[in-house]
Design a protein around this ligand. Structure first.
Ligand code: ASP
Ligand code: MG
Length: 420
């Protein structure tokens, strides 16, 4: 039975990281194995940046500089891994394609984003596949665009499971049965018109889950630069500990509240087939990994803290102070969905409706413009959204010391607070 391994960009930020990926794959490649790779290091951010600089000023030197830096970064890694290879010229050509793609007249920003940002995974899979081949591993790279089919909701595309089932069976399952280790790109996909789409930031985990679901894999392992799933971000909180096992349900809750360790859509396809998900240390693979499965016996015993920065609190009041009606709410949600704003928390009172979401300047301004003539709007920016699952008063009080609370919501298992 097949294993699916996902390696994130942080593990592959240099040639040494990719060599280590090679060591792990070598160890497991005698059994059916699918490798999902994400863009190297911070490439996705760099590509986002490149696009926005370029759109602001098509002739700026800065976009050329960012482009060349990115190109040098990738070529250097390839040269270290596969010296004297003709692959150099091929990667060079892929970079020329990026430059051409940048120099296209785009009408839709989301569409442009996917056409450009998808290059990150195209570069990384090219490098990783060629390196593994050179190491003598029997690998086959299959472009995600041949197997993951989505609608055309650019930057947050929805998978067409029916078509994807067929393509994965035809391409991936067949290659595995011929004895290949298969390398695919996370995060990126194709729509029915043959255009690149993406599955949302950090979407490679989701790609791994899609493939695992369709292949009925025996496990998915997400290799990480942390010991496993932690109860809070060790960089920001004291006394954190590893979660040895949590249930699918708990994981969905955590992802929903913004735990950045797993892409929110990842769990559902695994839960459906009962496929265990391991989060395992890349640097200490002998450490016991965290297991996400149907076992919920530890869920309530351990508290989990999630902190999301950069939150807006938007309070919407109707101009004539009438109640926030269903019609008004419909208008508000329509505007949110149109500007691709995901709500993190909401609350309503008689005359006002409050929501919080991630601050993104352009989306935020567009939303304000949309709601401005119908409603009275007040807002705060620069807030944090603190979520604690299975909290106790002691834990909560400790986290709230010296903080102002802007909005609060409590259930038996979860407390959420907007704070500064
Ligand atoms: N490279 C993409 C990102 O950084 C997808 C991923 O890493 O999962 O968002
Ligand atoms: Mg990444």
């Amino acid at each position: 039975m097949t294993r699916v391994f996902k390696f994130g960009g942080a593990l592959m930020q240099n040639a040494e990281g990719i060599m280590k990926v090679g060591d792990i794959i070598e160890e497991y490649s005698c059994e059916p194995l699918v490798i999902v790779v994400s863009a190297l290091g911070k490439t996705t951010n760099a590509l986002e940046n490149l696009l926005s600089i370029y759109l602001e000023d098509k002739n700026s030197n800065e976009s050329q500089e960012v482009y060349f830096k990115l190109k040098q970064y990738h070529l250097k890694i390839l040269n270290k891994l596969c010296p004297n290879s003709e692959e150099n010229a091929k990667l060079d050509k892929l970079f020329s394609e990026l430059w051409e793609a940048l120099n296209t007249d785009y009408k839709d920003h989301y569409f442009a984003y996917d056409q450009i940002v998808s290059f990150g995974e195209r570069f990384s899979s090219f490098i990783v596949t060629n390196y593994l081949m050179q190491r003598g591993i029997n690998v086959k790279g299959i472009d995600s665009t041949e197997i993951i089919v989505t609608d055309s909701n650019f930057t947050d595309a929805t998978v067409d499971w029916k078509t994807t089932n067929k393509t994965i069976d035809a391409k991936v399952a067949t290659s595995l049965s011929l004895g290949y280790t298969v390398v695919i790109q996370g995060f990126i996909a194709f729509d029915h018109k043959g255009m690149y789409t993406t599955l949302g930031r950090e979407g490679s985990d989701f790609t791994a889950a899609i493939v695992a679901n369709i292949l009925n894999a025996k496990e998915v392992t997400i290799w990480k630069d942390v010991p496993g799933l932690m109860n809070a971000d060790p960089k920001r909180f004291e006394d954190t500990f590893q979660l040895k096992k949590i249930s699918y349900h708990e994981a969905i809750e955590l992802a929903f509240y913004g735990a950045s360790i797993i892409h929110p859509k990842t769990i559902q396809p695994l839960k459906e087939k009962g496929i265990p998900l391991y989060v395992r240390s890349f640097y200490n693979p002998q450490n016991k990994p965290s297991l996400i499965s149907s076992d919920s016996s530890s869920d309530e015993k351990e508290h989990k803290i999630i902190l999301k920065d950069n939150q807006v609190l938007l309070s919407i009041t109707s101009k004539n102070l009438d109640f926030i009606t269903e019609e008004n709410l419909t208008l508000i949600f329509k505007a949110l969905s149109q500007h691709k704003i995901h709500v993190n928390m909401m609350q309503n009172s008689a005359v006002s409706f409050s929501i919080s979401f991630n601050y993104h300047e352009n989306k935020f301004n567009a939303l304000l413009k949309e709601l401005d003539d119908k409603f009275k709007i007040r807002y705060n920016i620069g807030l944090q959204l603190l979520t604690i699952r299975h909290y106790s008063d002691e834990i909560l009080n400790k986290q709230l010391q010296g903080k102002n609370i802007f909005l609060e919501q409590k259930s038996r298992s979860t407390v959420q607070l907007l704070i500064r």
